[in-house]
Structures are given as C-alpha cells and as structure tokens.
Design a protein around this ligand. Sequence first.
Ligand SMILES: Cc1cc2nc3c(=O)[nH]c(=O)nc-3n(C[C@H](O)[C@H](O)[C@H](O)COP(=O)(O)OP(=O)(O)OC[C@H]3O[C@@H](n4cnc5c(N)ncnc54)[C@H](O)[C@@H]3O)c2cc1C
Ligand code: FES
Length: 288
Amino acid sequence: MNISAVSQTDKHECDGKLYEPFLCKVESVKDLTASEKLFRFVRTDGKPFGQKPGQFMQVSITGIGEAPISVSSSPTRGDYLEMGVRKTGTLTNAMHNLKSGDIIGMRGSFGTCFDTLAMKGRDLLLISGGCGLAPMRALIQYVEDCREDFGNVTILYGAKSPADILYKDELTQWQNSQKVQCQVTVDNIPEGTCWDANVGLITKLIPPLEIDTAKTTAVIVGPPIMYKFVILELHSKGLIDEDIVVSLERYMKCGVGKCGHCTIDNLYCCIDGPVFTLSQVASLKGAI
Ligand SMILES: Cc1cc2nc3c(=O)[nH]c(=O)nc-3n(C[C@H](O)[C@H](O)[C@H](O)COP(=O)(O)OP(=O)(O)OC[C@H]3O[C@@H](n4cnc5c(N)ncnc54)[C@H](O)[C@@H]3O)c2cc1C
Ligand code: FES
C-alpha cells in the first residue's frame, strides 16, 4: 500500500467547530467486562456522526473533563456511534455512571482512518489486543458490510484472560462465520476458569497462517508492548512496512494539532494519526 494512500482526516471539514462540542444522547449502555462498557450515542440534532473506522472523538462531560475515545462502530450500521470505554480516570469513571437518556458532549470525528479504499481487493489480517478491539471492531463491521470489496479476512484477538475479552458475542459470531476467519487467545487462565481455546500470546497465532504477502494488508491495534513482537512475526512472514498499518495512542489534549501533547517525533498523533502505515513511523524514535 502506498504511504500517501493513508487517508488524512477530513480535519478541516468541521472547521469552526473544532473546539465546540455538539450534544449527544446516550441511547444504550452495556457491560462488556468488569471495567469496560459499550455506549451507543445519537446526536441530539439528528445528524449522522460522519465517523470513519480508525478515527476518534473528543468526549466531554460538563464539569468533569474531556478525553479521546475511538470510534467503535461503522457508519454502515446507521446514524449512531458506539464506543467501548475502559474505566481509567476522571472522564471514563464519569462515563461509567451514564444512563440511557443522559446528554454528553463530543467533538470530532478526528484523526486519520483505516484506508478502506487502499485495502480494496486485498486480504486483511486484523490483529488486536485488549482494548484495541474497540477501534478494530469499527473496521471489522465495515468489512462485513462491504464484504465483496475484500479478499480473505482473518481476525486475531488476544486478551489477558477470558474475563478480559471484549465483544464476546461478536467474536463468537465471527468465529462461526463463513465470511471471516477468527481466532482468539488469552495470555493465561486463572484457576477455576473454563476455557478450551488458544492460550498464549497473540504472536503465537501468526506463524501457522498462510499469508499471500503480495496481496495482504495487516492492521495492528493494541497495547504498546504488542506492536514490536507482532511486527517481528509479520516481517518473518515476509510482509513489508508499507503493508502493515498501525494505530498508535498518545496522551492527547486538543485533538486538533494545536497543543503539541501528542507528538511522535515530527508528527502529531491526533492529526497525522492515529492510523499510520508502519513505513511512516518505523524510523521515528519512540513511535513503536
Ligand atoms: C486516539 C485515542 C483513542 C482512544 N480510544 C479509547 C477507547 O476507545 N476506549 C478507552 O477506554 N480509552 C481510549 N483511549 C484512552 C483514553 O483517552 C485515556 O485512557 C484517557 O486518559 C481517559 O481519560 P480519563 O479522564 O478517564 O482518565 P485520566 O484522568 O486522564 O487518567 C487516565 C490515566 O492517564 C494518566 N495520565 C493523566 N494525565 C497524564 C499525562 N499528562 N500524561 C500521561 N498520563 C497521564 C493518569 O495517571 C491515569 O493513569 C484512547 C486514547 C487515544 C489517544
Ligand atoms: S492533542 Fe493537541 S496537538 Fe495533538
């Protein structure tokens, strides 16, 4: 895939509204794990969110704060927006207290997206770990809804333990689907837990795969530690950096390229990313 093919965000599409949140209503809240919830939002003005898989929103609650949260649903599913949120601090704790009907603020959508146009006709290897399945889910939904646009699709997902697995129902659905291949692994199984599938790091799932390197794009989203080792496995399979796409997370404030909190060398993660080809960032200090 050509580097320049990674779509830049329509970051100036919402010029003038960069700092002003629009209002959203919580349509539903669902527990994913003990510390993660899935939220579905609709805009109070009835407009679509215009989000693209890979992008993020700046979510705010008046008097509490604001944080970047990934888009976790594809626009092909309707005019709502879903987000999988882990309880980690001020804003996300407050989000976990939200109920259906509550109103919050959002800015966005911001950042680069997964370039589904450049992925057209290619085999996709979609690798995510932990919370990384939240943004990856938006891409998977898009691929499911435009299935004829893509070649073979393989989904690999790793979680710390069975209790930490996100989107369990959807993973089961993908595992039973004829349209995609899906494998799930857990790092370890606590005593007394029932689990009869893969155990071990996600990197273990890569060597047995048959990959056509000429037509495969791999996408990686997960905790920082995962990238280096997954990339090593993909390189040993013959994949080149141009065909490996990563989504990187950095501490963000403005989300629109003004404050400099999210820099990776000469790049701003919020506007140049969070989605990059590996060839864009591999040589940048501290990127991976
Ligand atoms: C592009 C992007 C997408 C994301 N998508 C998701 C998602 O889909 N779901 C999700 O749950 N999370 C997501 N996150 C992570 C989320 O934005 C952070 O966890 C955010 O800090 C949560 O805000 P908070 O107010 O709840 O937590 P905070 O109160 O900000 O605290 C969270 C943690 O960050 C630490 N922290 C606070 N300030 C700083 C600082 N200046 N530098 C470094 N660390 C600091 C705190 O000590 C604490 O451990 C995403 C982040 C990015 C950049
Ligand atoms: S978050 Fe402010 S420049 Fe990226």
